[in-house]
Design a protein around this ligand. Structure first.
Ligand code: SAM
Length: 294
């Protein structure tokens, strides 16, 4: 267990999260956001090795009370988990769902909201079912589960407003639309739609392409002959939740940091951060995210 590197606002610990928690006691009650993508519950072993079945569920659930203890009372945990399939069968695994329920119970947490991260540039897969037999469609999203000890953790969607759509901009100009009742039972008033705010409120489906080939991270990995992390998330995804659930000066923790996307996003947004990663190659590569003009 050692600090692999420090930046102005954070540090990356090289080691296993379960062991690193012992050294993090002084942060109890101080973390604003845990943002992480744990090793996925694959039913076959991936490069970084995963537990399987009930062992995975128990392993993940064991983190819940530990992470809860680190959180501020109005802090949040956001966990990204991808879809998994039963080995050799065109059938989805429910392991991640069972892991979520067990994590919520063990940590005495509530599920504040579910998000979908849709990656339109994902290659068609699982290949056998999607491109060979053509009996399933492309699997292009992962889940993000936003959890907290409280029903009302610190959050504001005012910090994550998005540009208005072309259709909405047209509406602002023409000021023509049908007011009244909608099939959804929403009632649209005569003027409510014309009020321009600072941007549109985002939905819980986040669409971002994960194409990072030209980034300083990839360049650094290439130049130092380090294998890039195979399951990186886009920086924009981490930025979305960091902006939504924390403010500058807050503390963000990622116990399964991989290429340290979370730390890099936190640093750029002026939040303090602590990341933990067990694989030395990914630790070394992640430093590239902080090297200017790598
Ligand atoms: C899905 S990846 C995270 C990817 C990351 N979000 C990114 O954008 O690069 C999960 C990471 O957890 C690491 N890992 C697995 N078990 C761990 C443990 N016990 N403690 C710390 N890290 C672990 C793996 O090496 C892997 O890099």
């Amino acid at each position: 267990m050692r600090t692999a590197y420090r930046t102005k606002l954070g540090r990356l610990i090289h080691g296993k999260a379960e062991e690193a928690f012992g050294t993090l006691r002084r942060y109890e009650g101080k973390v604003d956001l845990v943002f992480t993508s744990p090793p996925f519950p694959l039913n076959r072993k991936k490069k970084y090795g995963n537990l399987q079945g009930q062992a995975y569920i128990d392993w993940l659930a064991d983190f819940a009370p530990k992470l809860r203890a680190l959180l501020k009372p109005r802090g949040s945990i956001v966990m990204e988990v991808g879809n998994a399939w039963e080995p050799g069968r065109p059938v989805m695994s429910t392991l991640s769902l069972r892991a979520l329920l067990s994590f919520l119970d063990t940590g005495r947490l509530v599920l504040c909201q579910q998000f979908i991260y849709n990656n339109p540039s994902r290659l068609p897969g699982p290949a056998q079912w999607v491109t060979v037999e053509r009996i399933r469609v492309k699997d292009s999203y992962s889940h993000l589960w936003w959890m907290s000890p409280r029903d009302r953790p610190k959050a504001t969607n005012r910090r994550i407003l998005q540009p208005y759509s072309v259709a909405m901009e047209r509406l602002f100009k023409t000021r023509k639309y049908n007011s009244g009742a909608r099939p959804s039972e929403h009632h649209i008033g005569k003027t409510s739609f014309f009020r321009r705010h600072k941007g549109a409120i985002p939905s819980n489906v986040i669409t971002l392409a994960n194409t990072e080939n030209a980034s300083s991270y990839m360049k650094y990995c290439r130049e130092n002959k380090l294998t890039p992390h195979p399951a990186r998330m886009p920086v924009g995804l981490a930025e979305f939740f960091i902006n939504f659930l924390t403010k500058p000066g807050d503390l963000v923790l990622d116990p399964f940091a991989g290429s340290n996307t979370t730390g890099a996003a936190a640093e750029a947004l002026k939040r303090h951060w602590i990341s933990i990663e067990s694989d030395k190659v990914y630790v070394d590569g992640s430093y590239g995210r902080f090297v200017k003009d790598a």
